[in-house]
Ligand binder design. Structure first.
Ligand SMILES: Nc1ncnc2c1ncn2[C@@H]1O[C@H](COP(=O)(O)OP(=O)(O)O)[C@@H](O)[C@H]1O
Ligand SMILES: [Mg+2]
Length: 204
């Protein structure tokens, strides 16, 4: 079972992922949790480059770097874990590229789609939770995160960018209603968590 979490920065993805992991592990499931980009040595190195504020990265280079990190992750971790019957919880996956590089950076959507096909090797989540939160609220949440560092390169992209990304997610979800579940993220953590657990009970 492969589950991904999507949404703009500060929407509550990592929070929900870790709450769900606890429930699944308590049920005795073997759970692999992954943050994207990351999880393999190469993907974590690429993550550092992508999020660093030290350099300018063109939108196309950004697309290709995210895709490189992803394909390494798919081949080295996701495919083997799926073969072993584990549950994979992914903090972002391919829809992030469609939303951020496609809708956000406004790259050619055909190019984005081709890159995504190469990177995923056709491996797609069974369920994707899109946690939908308005930009202001997400920003506010990030400001109140204890010990939160300076905003990274992606987080500095500004309001217009994040509005496009959010709208992008809404459209992607509409195009793939079988896989996507849109979650109203403006609620209490527990309430959202309970909805996610209830939804999954129907899937598996
Ligand atoms: N439903 C919620 N209501 C209020 N604050 C939340 C909620 N979910 C998460 N948070 C807080 O908002 C901040 C961002 O959440 P996080 O899970 O890190 O988001 P993301 O991984 O999507 O960037 C954290 O400080 C987290 O504790
Ligand atoms: Mg997070």
């Amino acid at each position: 079972m492969f589950i991904s979490f999507e949404g703009i920065d500060g929407s509550g993805k990592s929070t929900q992922l870790s709450m769900l992991r606890d429930v699944l592990e308590a049920e005795g499931r073997e759970v692999v949790t992954i943050r994207e980009p990351g999880a393999t040595l190469l993907s974590e190195s690429i993550r550092e480059i992508l999020l660093s504020n030290k350099q300018t990265i063109t939108s196309t280079a950004e697309l290709l770097l995210f895709s490189s990190a992803r394909t390494q992750l798919v081949e080295m971790i996701i495919e083997p874990a799926l073969r072993e019957g584990k549950v994979i919880l992914c903090d972002r996956y391919v829809d992030s590229t469609t939303a951020y590089q496609g809708y956000g950076r406004q790259l050619n959507m055909e190019d984005v789609r081709s890159c995504n096909n190469i990177a995923t090797r056709g491996v797609m989540p069974h369920v994707t939770f899109f946690i939908d939160v308005a930009y202001e609220q997400a920003q506010q949440r990030m400001q109140f995160t204890p010990g939160s560092a300076e905003p990274d390169r992606m987080e500095r992209s500004g309001r217009d960018f994040f509005e496009r990304v959010r709208q992008g997610y809404v459209e992607i979800a509409r195009m793939d209603p079988k896989r996507f579940v849109v979650i109203d993220g403006h609620r209490q953590r527990e309430e959202i968590h309970e909805e996610i657990v209830a939804l999954l009970a129907n899937v598996s």
